[in-house]
Ligand binder design. Structure first.
Ligand code: SF4
Length: 234
C-alpha cells in the first residue's frame, strides 16, 4: 500500500501508477483527490463514470493520454483508465501505430467540442465508421485522420468500429468476418509485434473471435499463422 493518489497527492491506494506523479501538469488533473481504485475498476458502470470525468472535466486530457501512450510504449500489459481511454482502447492505438496511423490528439479533443459533437453524433447514429466520418468531415473543411476521429468518438463514449461493415442479409459472425476480410491486417499486426489481445482490441471484438479466425486459417494449411495461434492460446 502506498500513499499516492492518481494526481500525486496523499490518499492511500493499493496499486502503482503508470503516469509520472512528479509532473506539474498533473496538478490540474480532474482526478485530483479522486479514489485511484476507481480508475482501475473492471466494473463497466464505474469505468463509464471515470471516463466521463476525463472527457468532460479534465483540462489535461490530451497531455495525460500522450504521456501514458509514451510511457506504456510497446509493453503488452496495459491497465486502468488514463487519458479517458480504457486499456483495450490503448491496445487498439498500439495497433494503429503499427499500421502507421498516428493520431492528432489536440484535433481529437477539438472534435469533442459542442460544435463538432453536433456534426459527429448524426454520423454515429447512422453507424458510420471512423474512415467514413473522416471523409464526411472533409465537407466541413476539416482534414482529419480516421484514428483521430476514432479517439474523439471514444472520448464521446462511442465504439468507433473498424471491422468491415456487413451488407444487408450478411449473417456472418465476427470471427467469420475476420476470417474473410481481415487476414491481411491481422498478419500485418502480428508481424508488427501486436499480441492477440491487441488485435482483438483493435478490431473491437472478443478475443475468441480472432482466435477462431486464426484457427480457420491454420486449418486451411497456412502454417504462417501458427505463431498468432500459439500466442493467443497461451
Ligand atoms: S485524463 Fe483522466 S486520468 Fe488523466 S489526468 Fe485527467 S482525469 Fe486523470
Amino acid at each position: 500500500m502506498t500513499t499516492q493518489t492518481l494526481n500525486g497527492t496523499s490518499r492511500p491506494i493499493s496499486r502503482p501508477l503508470a503516469v509520472a506523479v512528479n509532473s506539474t501538469w498533473r496538478e490540474n488533473a480532474a482526478c485530483a483527490g479522486k479514489e485511484a481504485e476507481d480508475f482501475f475498476s473492471d466494473t463497466p458502470g464505474t469505468q463509464r463514470r471515470v471516463r466521463s470525468i476525463c472527457h468532460n472535466k479534465c483540462p489535461v486530457l490530451v497531455r495525460c493520454l500522450a504521456t501514458i501512450l509514451e510511457s506504456e510504449g510497446e509493453r503488452g500489459y496495459k491497465w486502468g483508465i488514463y487519458g479517458g481511454l480504457t486499456a483495450d482502447q490503448r491496445r487498439a492505438l498500439r495497433c494503429e501505430a503499427i499500421l502507421g496511423n498516428v493520431p492528432d490528439l489536440a484535433q481529437a479533443r477539438m472534435l469533442t467540442s459542442l460544435k463538432w459533437r453536433h456534426v459527429l453524433y448524426p454520423m454515429r447514429y447512422r453507424g458510420a465508421n471512423p474512415t467514413e466520418m473522416a471523409q464526411e468531415l472533409e465537407a466541413y473543411g476539416l482534414s482529419v485522420s480516421p484514428v483521430t476521429v476514432r479517439i474523439a468518438v471514444w472520448w464521446l463514449g462511442g465504439r468507433a468500429p473498424v471491422l468491415p461493415r456487413r451488407g444487408a442479409g450478411d449473417r456472418r459472425s465476427d470471427w467469420q468476418l475476420i476470417r474473410d476480410e481481415c487476414r491481411t491486417v491481422v498478419l500485418q499486426l502480428r508481424d508488427g509485434g501486436a499480441t492477440g489481445y491487441d488485435i482483438a482490441a483493435y478490431l473491437n471484438v472478443r478475443r475468441g473471435a480472432v482466435e477462431e479466425a486464426v484457427r480457420s486459417w491454420n486449418r486451411d494449411a497456412s502454417a504462417s499463422f501458427s505463431t498468432v495461434g500459439e500466442e493467443m492460446a497461451a
